[in-house]
Design a binder for this molecule. Sequence first.
Ligand code: MN
Length: 285
Amino acid sequence: MTTKHIAQVERENSRHWVGDGFPVRNMFSYDNLGAELSPFLLLDYAGPADFDPTTKSRGVGAHPHRGFETVTIVYQGDVTHRDNAGNAGTIGPGDVQWMTAAKGILHEEIHGPILKEQGGTLEMVQLWVNLPAQDKMSAPRYQDILNVNIPTVSFDHNAGTLRVIAGEFQNIRGPAKTFTPIELWDVRIHAGHDIDLQFKTGFTTAILVLSGKINVNDRSELQSAEFALFEREGDTVRLHAHDDTTLLVLHGEPIDEPIVGQGPFVMNTQEEIRQAATDFKAGLF
Ligand code: MN
């Protein structure tokens, strides 16, 4: 076992609105960390934010995506999705929607009926996952992954829990189907406890703290809306929780291909981006 060290820490305190429903902090983007974070492209952390009841739809109206996947993880509140292929659904706390946009979808993302009609707190993460070039123009696909179908592993000594959304942990496999090897874990550590996490050398590894406060490898302190990107070398990370802490672990095999993106399209070349814009205007999505 060799310690996997932090390469850099990012923090984001400023929020911007996505549509009129999602006040997000952009924790990372392929604009500046494309190769380092591959296969992960972008992560927006929405909320926690309180909303009053309303009769209006709050969120993001119809918009396209091509060339990657969007993974929406709901912690508080509910989110409804609807697309041009007739797919629609609402996910709530603990649920995950893994949407493969691939060759193209048009969809809207709005507050769910509970948040809309009763008001309440919204907290969610949207993660963009890249596709290898050979899969960017494959058929769109939806995986609605409900809380009850995500296996939970308990750490020894009541130190906390780990939900396996994708990949595996201690031979427990998560339900998400992925195009490239990815682990996505929803981890809770109880105050005062330590856990050790094992990773594959050579994979991209990042940890986002949603709430609470931890020490990483007995040194760096991370709190809410801060994330650590780790060196590719090494295999073990030790986390100590000062408070009850919720964090999201991203681990994946890098896709060693060029990343060219614009708005809702992420492809490999400028020509493919122009084609995506042309196809969208021509109504081909
Ligand atoms: Mn979208």
